[in-house]
Write a protein that binds this ligand. Structure first.
Ligand SMILES: *[C@@H]1O[C@H](CO)[C@@H](O)[C@H](O)[C@H]1NC(C)=O
Ligand SMILES: *[C@@H]1O[C@H](CO)[C@@H](O)[C@H](O)[C@H]1NC(C)=O
Ligand SMILES: *[C@@H]1O[C@H](CO)[C@@H](O)[C@H](O)[C@H]1NC(C)=O
Ligand SMILES: *[C@@H]1O[C@H](CO)[C@@H](O)[C@H](O)[C@H]1NC(C)=O
Ligand SMILES: *[C@@H]1O[C@H](CO)[C@@H](O)[C@H](O)[C@H]1NC(C)=O
Ligand SMILES: *[C@@H]1O[C@H](CO)[C@@H](O)[C@H](O)[C@H]1NC(C)=O
Length: 380
């Protein structure tokens, strides 16, 4: 706004102070000053600007002043109130926080456009254009100024979606972006080429497992990218299968362990085991010990549903099987042969002429047996 001053010296300069100087004799002022206050002014094409972090902001601005003045200084400031009466407003181009990023695009006649680049959240405040002339009272600050709000982008998305459902992801900014920009979406840092978005929303219809991933969004032509948001796709168990743990060599008397595996999200933790042609489950848990032969299948469950596997045939050997019979037969046969061999060796040694050999073997006296049973001539 215009400045207060002690007494009217220059008519034109007084006009700009009218609104702030109610104590002055208003009628008197209007009578002697024909110049309209519209001759002093600053206008901005946007009074509210919403800009994306790290982007460049252009504050378009024009200003007017009556003829008979010479512009001395044009600059932008961040306050409409001076700290002290005789102090000038702070010039942002002399502020180290702005000097490197501020570029005056206007002129010293009427254009006061400025560009501020690499905006940060700290830049979110009011901006005012200020100009001074060769006349002490001929100064102006363009109030109300330009309000700048710097925003970042955030993806809004549910944490998880069930396969086949639809989901809408939103690229959120804290204010409505002034520049009508095109949104770009990324999944796992790769731009999504399929254009499935409207405004700042990405619609995923009939979600597939491939749609799971880290999503982020950006604005076309801007460097800022939102943080990632993870979208998980849940689904009922798929590819449910049964495998036999360990080797296929089943040792007699052992049980067979079957393992149920599936692809599911959230992971299936509930498994049921069935024997074909039996309605009730024969077991539960991811692994199952089969003690009898048959055809078995498993069913994997999670919060989104269940699926069953194909059946596998399991043959468990019995104790009474031919293997056992064969083994026992072989063992008995071997024992019999051994006994026969031992008996033959003993007999041979007893018939030997060598008395020492005979003594090592516990032979029965041959005379008796021969007299009693084998030599008929002696018995008579
Ligand atoms: C200000 O500049 C204008 C234009 O150059 C000139 O006509 C006027 O006399 C100057 N006023 C003062 C007070 O120096
Ligand atoms: C002011 O200057 C800027 C930058 O040179 C230009 O883009 C803009 O059109 C000008 N505005 C007017 C009203 O002349
Ligand atoms: C900010 O923008 C510049 C280019 O304008 C780019 O080089 C830089 O990486 C950006 N910084 C961030 C944090 O995005
Ligand atoms: C599979 O067998 C191995 C040994 O052969 C055992 O350590 C493992 O615990 C078994 N896994 C299941 C799920 O039973
Ligand atoms: C496993 O799933 C079956 C079938 O849906 C259900 O009856 C049972 O209660 C579940 N068990 C657990 C521990 O969730
Ligand atoms: C699928 O499971 C997830 C995780 O438990 C759950 O949030 C979701 O509601 C389930 N969807 C359906 C359709 O049951």
């Amino acid at each position: 706004m215009g400045e207060r001053f002690r007494l009217p010296k220059l008519g034109v300069a007084m006009v700009m102070s009218v609104r702030k100087a109610p104590a002055l004799p208003l009628i008197f002022l209007l009578m002697i000053h024909r110049v309209s206050s519209a001759d002093w002014g600053v206008s901005y094409s946007h009074s509210n600007i919403c800009a994306l972090k790290n982007s460049s902001v252009i504050m378009s601005c024009t200003y007017t002043y009556p003829t008979g003045y010479q512009i001395m200084k044009v600059f932008w400031t961040n306050t409409k109130e001076k700290k002290a009466k005789y102090e000038e407003f702070p010039d942002l181009s002399e502020d180290p926080a702005y000097s490197q990023r501020l570029q005056y695009l206007g002129d010293e006649q009427q254009n006061c456009t400025i560009r501020l680049s690499h905006v940060t959240h700290k830049d979110s405040h009011m901006y005012y254009f200020r100009f001074t002339t060769n006349v002490t009272e001929g100064k102006w600050v363009g109030n109300p100024g330009v309000s700048l709000t710097v925003t970042d982008l955030q993806v809004e998305s549910p944490e998880r979606v069930t396969e086949g459902d639809s989901v809408r992801l939103t690229c959120k900014s804290s204010c409505t972006l002034t520049d009508r920009a095109t949104f770009i979406w990324y999944r796992n840092s790769q731009p999504l080429t399929e254009r499935r978005d409207t405004n700042n929303q990405l619609l995923l219809q009939s979600v597939r497992t491939e749609d799971a991933g880290r999503y982020s969004c950006a604005l076309h032509g801007h460097t800022f990218i939102s943080p990632d948001v993870h979208l998980s796709v849940t689904y009922a168990p798929k590819s449910v299968s049964v495998s036999i743990n360990g080797s296929a060599e089943i040792v007699e008397g052992d049980s067979v362990t079957l393992i149920c595996s599936s692809d599911s999200n959230p992971p299936a933790l509930n498994f049921s085991w069935f024997k074909e042609n039996q309605s009730s489950a024969v077991g539960s848990g991811q692994s199952f010990s089969v003690l009898q032969s048959g055809r078995f299948y498993c069913e994997a469950h999670n919060q989104n549903g269940s699926q069953r596997s194909d059946a596998v045939t399991v043959t468990v050997p019995h104790r009474s099987s031919w293997r056992v019979v064969f083994g026992v037969t072989v063992a008995c046969g071997a024992l019999v042969i051994l006994i026969i061999i031992l008996f033959v060796i003993k007999k041979q040694r007893c018939q030997s002429e060598d008395l020492r050999v005979k003594q090592t073997v516990n032979c029965r006296p041959p005379e008796d047996s021969y007299t009693t049973h084998e030599d008929p001539s002696l018995s008579v």
